[in-house]
Design a binder for this molecule. Structure first.
Ligand SMILES: Nc1ncnc2c1ncn2[C@@H]1O[C@H](COP(=O)(O)OP(=O)(O)O)[C@@H](O)[C@H]1O
Ligand SMILES: [Mg+2]
Length: 338
């Protein structure tokens, strides 16, 4: 396996609010190799966005990256970097795109100026050179007539085109890592598929490492090489996409997979995991998933299960007591039907 490009070790990001400590990300570790796509999946509220923003140190007070969290880019410790150094990392070595492009695009600047801005800041490009490169980037992401569209404003672009423009902006400085946080969630299915294809193609072409975040396992299945499943601020399962989709081990992953429609599989009904993610101010004791788990027994309510290793692992006591995997989701669904 190639050396990691990005390494996140024991990342904890807490919000110290007046109402208590919100443990949004609580001991997350993973690596990303060059040219690799890491999928991060989990329901809303599991800490995916906070984890991504932490990598770029875009967490505002009362949020804080807690001591002993470590983020490194190649051999460089980003947790020890100064704010000035982080400014040169953001949008340059590590770029991020978001669900809603309008939050990252400036409505009063033309698309061309916004792409050129990154090039002027990080590459000291002259205006003409920056404009030429901006047009080249728009062409790369499949925007027709790039020279004309450079002078248009974000509101003149459709949702799909805005997302393409944001990708162009993120890639202008040729980053080694691109973080895409639910980049297709706000788009309709056809456009979503186009953007996924575009990202996959660009990644292959440019060889960057891609972190792709989604609450939708179906999308992760299409794009990821490796996957981490997040629940309640932690990684509960990790593995290659084939391992995870072929044979999920954690009951939460199992539940997510059951809730994902798949081509060629007939389903009685589309199931959802009963209940919801607890509040990060008060994660349940023992296994954080136990209140929603169809297999949970006394040990799960009391003891915190470990995540043994990073490559292929499941944070679950079933790993030690596999015979307890009985009944499960089907029984739960039956009980619900009555
Ligand atoms: N600025 C903040 N202050 C307090 N809590 C926050 C803040 N930002 C995020 N959180 C909390 O952190 C948890 C994780 O949020 P987030 O990372 O956005 O989840 P996801 O992206 O997986 O949906 C949520 O419970 C959210 O309410
Ligand atoms: Mg999010």
């Amino acid at each position: 396996m190639s050396a990691p490009l990005l390494r996140v070790e024991n990342l904890r990001t807490y919000f110290h609010t007046a109402e208590g400590v919100v443990r949004a990300v609580d001991g997350v570790s993973f690596t990303l190799g060059p040219g690799e796509t890491l999928g991060i999946v989990g329901e809303s509220g599991c800490g995916k966005t906070v984890a991504c923003l932490s990598i770029l140190r875009l967490i505002d007070p009362p949020g804080r990256i807690e001591p002993d969290s470590r983020i490194s880019l190649r051999d460089r410790d980003l947790t020890a970097a100064s704010e000035g150094e982080m400014r040169s990392v953001r949008g340059n070595e590590i770029s991020m795109i978001f669900q809603e492009p309008m939050t990252s695009l400036n409505p009063v600047w033309t698309i061309g100026d916004q792409i050129a801005e990154a090039l002027r800041t990080h590459r000291s490009a002259r205006p003409a050179e920056a404009r030429r490169r901006a047009a080249e980037m728009l062409r790369l992401v499949g925007i027709p007539n790039p020279e004309q569209r450079l002078d248009e404003y974000p509101h003149q672009f459709s949702g799909g085109m805005r997302q393409r423009a944001m990708i162009a902006m993120a890639l202008a400085c040729d980053p080694s890592v691109l973080i895409a946080d639910e980049p297709t969630t706000a788009l309709d299915v056809t456009i979503q598929a186009e953007i996924l294809d575009l990202l996959a193609r660009l990644q292959e072409q440019l060889g960057m490492g891609l972190i792709f975040v989604s609450h939708d396992l179906g999308i992760i299945a299409q794009i990821a090489d490796r996957v981490i499943v997040m629940y309640a601020g932690q990684v509960v399962e990790s593995g290659t996409a084939d391992e995870l989709f072929g044979r999920p081990r954690h009951p939460y992953s199992e539940g997510l997979l059951r809730a994902t429609p798949r081509v060629g599989r007939r389903m009685r009904r589309l199931s959802v995991i009963p209940g919801s993610v607890a509040s990060p101010k008060r994660w349940p004791p023992g296994c954080r998933f136990h209140p929603r788990c169809p297999y949970a027994w006394s040990r799960c309510r009391e003891d915190v299960p470990p995540l043994p290793g990073e490559a292929r692992a499941s944070r679950c006591w079933l790993e030690e007591e596999p015979a307890r995997r009985t009944g499960g989701w089907d029984e739960l669904a039956l009980a619900e039907d009555h």
